[in-house]
Design a protein around this ligand. Sequence first.
Ligand code: SAM
Length: 222
Amino acid sequence: MLKFIFKLVSKFFHKRHIYLVKSLVYDDKKTQEYEGRADYIRIKTLELCARQIKAKDVKGSVAEVGVYKGQFAALINENFPDKSLYLFDTFEGFSKKDIDTEKKKNFSTGEQDFSDTSVEMVLSKMPFKEKCIVKKGFFPETAAGMNETFCFVSIDTDLYEPIYASLVYFYDRLEHGGYIFIDDFTNFYYKGAQEAVNKFCNERGITPIPMADVCGGAIISK
Ligand SMILES: C[S@@+](CC[C@H](N)C(=O)[O-])C[C@H]1O[C@@H](n2cnc3c(N)ncnc32)[C@H](O)[C@@H]1O
């Protein structure tokens, strides 16, 4: 009877792309309550990478390009309490220049609106606000003049131009033992993400590792 109910429940969730599977059963750290933050695979992968970085004492700051309301940035901040966290975003949504490329190359419509946010709203979510440095404006212009290296970077800008520019900027500044997460690598709504990652990786002889998280991201390490 129990088996039958489990099968029925699994089938119900399966249709909604939700899978009831065991995960990390030999991990000694109890999984946090990820209330309202449903991307378990992405969150747990971040946690595992953060642990590796800590164990190897990898130097450098952490960053996210494409912060929006700060949901993932808050997790980066939580996992790296001692590292400076650079937050890059227009905080006003996509730029027209990037959208033009999307349309011209038929990558996406670029129509999603990410303007309903603010720096104050984002900072209010950060558990270690004093470690946050806000870089408001168009990336890569907002990175000019910085002299930092990084151990962890999340690139979540959806569009081809800022993803490629972020890889060009951050890969050379990534410390050995560091990781770059790129969102939307296999997301067919944002085809430019895979184009940008593959272009950069082919140029540099790198192989990205696809991630089975909600939006189909990828990881690059050094
Ligand atoms: C999908 S949202 C980021 C979601 C976020 N990581 C989260 O945890 O919810 C994409 C963000 O990228 C930003 N963005 C896109 N292109 C950009 C650029 N060239 N410069 C700065 N920000 C950009 C947008 O403003 C938007 O807030």
